[in-house]
Design a protein around this ligand. Structure first.
Ligand SMILES: O=P(O)(O)OC[C@H]1O[C@@H](O)[C@H](O)[C@@H](O)[C@@H]1O
Length: 320
């Protein structure tokens, strides 16, 4: 648990204009999104629905780094298939009964709730170049009645997305704003775009224990320094000692995913049959162009007492 030094002080009051970065609110209602572009061309798009990052372009705006299904709903009708959905307060199907999250849908409500845009701030660091930070908030009052009933706790989430020249940082701040303690899980369901899954290797997981959801949730220890993907993969790696998981393509570094105060990572690729069974997954052979590297706190539960705060996130570096 860490205190967040740079929490936005005035909610709903956008910070002073960010020199350099162009930030716009585009569209209305459930399709509204915030877009930000750096003077050098890099950009990010964030749907208010789910605070879902739906596009992140680096390399002067020439390289899209996130996979977004062609059939993804971007109108607020369902969770977005692609980009970076936010998973909170439960990962996967909740425990069948007996847990406070048991009445929630798979992956919780954060990805299907409309967040508030809290504003932007920017830095013009001589070393980092320009960057722009966008803040989004979700509070108990912003939940649907169903979600509030299913998870009756008072909470505040502030989600900060920082676009820099070669990286995207996404950080959650969870605050217990009620009288009672609550338990939660959190995960960033990042769909990284790749050229050809058969040439992808995932490094940084050697020796780590994982639950293989494809093999009846059995537990294994990773014995490969490079994990390759040639079939359905759905593994929950936990308590990872290294901070960085790397994605290589054709032997060349493509992404580094750096965890901050998050110990677990899911590696997911639906492959042929599962992709076929997911209605909003398009094109059907799109599984060749994505790998989910999902950092999170999903092994057991994070507990927050009244007034306590949890913060965790990731930095994704695009290494092209
Ligand atoms: O279809 P959803 O709810 O977006 O979930 C997609 C996948 O998300 C992954 O995080 C899970 O490990 C998988 O089991 C799941 O299939």
């Amino acid at each position: 648990m860490v205190d967040r030094a740079n929490r936005p002080s005035a909610l709903n009051a956008p910070a002073a204009a960010a020199p350099g970065a162009q930030v716009d609110i585009v569209g209305e209602g459930a399709s509204a999104k915030v877009t930000a572009t750096l003077p050098s061309g890099e950009s990010v798009e964030v749907l208010l629905y789910g605070a879902t990052v739906t596009s992140w372009k680096s390399n002067g705006g020439k390289t899209e780094n996130l996979f977004l299904s062609e059939a993804a709903a971007v109108d607020g009708s369902k969770a977005v298939r692609g980009g970076i959905p936010v998973v909170f307060p439960v990962f996967g199907p909740p425990p069948k009964s007996g847990h406070a999250t048991s009445a929630l849908p798979q992956h919780g409500f954060a990805r299907t709730s409309r967040w508030e845009y809290l504003g932007k701030s920017s830095s013009e660091d001589a070393l980092d170049g320009n960057s722009v930070k966008l803040d989004f908030g979700l509070y108990t009052s912003g939940l649907s009645e169903d979600a509030r009933k299913a998870w009756p706790f008072d909470f505040g989430l502030v989600y900060s997305i920082t676009l820099a020249k070669d990286s995207l940082q996404t950080v959650i701040n969870v605050r217990n704003e009620g009288e009672n303690s609550f338990e939660f899980q959190f995960l960033l369901h990042t769909y990284l775009k790749v050229q050809d899954i058969s040439k992808v290797a995932v490094n940084g997981l050697l020796g780590v224990q994982y639950v293989d959801k494809v093999l009846n949730a059995s537990t294994h220890t990773e014995s490969n320094s490079s994990v390759t993907i040639s079939g359905e993969v759905d593994r929950v790696y936990s308590s990872i000692p290294q901070d960085t998981t790397s994605v290589l393509e054709d032997g060349k570094p493509r992404y580094d995913v750096v965890r901050d105060n998050l110990q677990d990572t899911v590696v997911w690729n639906p492959w042929i049959e599962k992709a076929n069974s997911i209605g909003d997954f398009q094109p059907k052979d799109g599984y060749k162009n994505m790998v989910c590297i999902e950092v999170g706190a999903v092994n057991g539960w994070q507990k927050l007492e009244k007034g306590e705060v949890f913060e965790g996130g990731q930095v994704i570096k695009s290494l092209l």
